[in-house]
Design a binder for this molecule. Structure first.
Ligand SMILES: Nc1nc2c(ncn2[C@@H]2O[C@H](COP(=O)(O)OP(=O)(O)OP(=O)(O)O)[C@@H](O)[C@H]2O)c(=O)[nH]1
Ligand SMILES: [Mg+2]
Length: 220
């Protein structure tokens, strides 16, 4: 690598996308992104956490669009019909992205790290990858105290040029994120350094999990 090769992606080159387009079935069908986390709607909480890490922001939601619009950034519903899954959010995000990179973050993982974009960006450049995906510790630690790592496909830094590929993949009926990312140079980025919060990627699928996460957030 010569000395002129950049090792970091500039904040302004990244658009952050909050994924809030799901059905929330495990929460009884309520709109997850609008549920309060310590007094702030989850989607707004994610937006504020991502704001210092990116240049532009947008939200992907399929219900209660006016409520999401009140958070002050563009809101885009899925173009694919019938809750096709988070890849539908990736698709509309890439369609609307005007920067060279898109960073996706789900609305239901409020403790994600403040250096998420920086570390995914560094790894993407270092490996000359098209996609950088989070690899995060599982909730249950192994006997030796180390937690196994598991990919978190909804936390992805993508090159915006992947739009054409995703259009093709979804037009052919593809719906699984990891099936699509497997077609591209993808680097998994481990968030298990000393000092990394072990629960940074815990997400809330039920209201009970959401309340437990609120407790974890308060103890930080
Ligand atoms: N755009 C879009 N996003 C989705 C869709 N389904 C899930 N997501 C998002 O993907 C992320 C992870 O999904 P889940 O944790 O399964 O959330 P969910 O689908 O709302 O909840 P369940 O219905 O309980 O599975 C969340 O940020 C969701 O908002 C969808 O059909 N369209
Ligand atoms: Mg789901």
């Amino acid at each position: 690598m010569n000395s002129a090769t950049p090792t970091a992606i500039a904040v302004e080159e990244i658009t952050g996308l909050i994924l809030a387009g799901g059905r929330g079935s495990r929460m009884g069908g309520i709109d997850k992104g609008l549920q309060n986390f310590s007094g702030t709607p989850l989607a707004l909480h994610a937006l504020l956490r991502l704001q210092p890490q990116v240049g532009e922001l947008m939200i992907n939601a399929n219900r209660n669009l006016a409520a999401y619009e009140s958070f002050g950034v563009p809101v885009w519903p899925d173009g694919l019909a019938d809750y096709a899954g988070p890849l539908a959010g990736f698709l509309v995000g890439l369609e609307r992205c005007e920067t060279p990179y898109l960073l996706t973050v789900p609305c239901d993982t409020p403790l994600f790290p403040p250096d998420l974009a920086a570390r995914l960006g560094e790894a993407l450049l270092a490996h000359d990858a098209e996609i950088a995906m989070v690899n995060a510790p599982e909730a249950a630690a192994e006997a030796d105290g180390a937690a196994a790592l598991r990919p978190q496909p909804v936390f992805c830094l993508l090159r915006a040029g992947l739009l054409e590929s995703l259009v093709r993949f979804t037009q052919d009926g593809g719906r699984k994120i990891d099936r699509w990312t497997a077609q591209h140079r993808t680097v998994l980025v481990a968030f298990d350094r000393p000092g990394d919060a072990p629960d940074a990627f815990f997400n809330a699928n039920t209201l009970a999990e959401l309340h437990a996460l609120e407790g974890q957030g308060l103890r930080r």
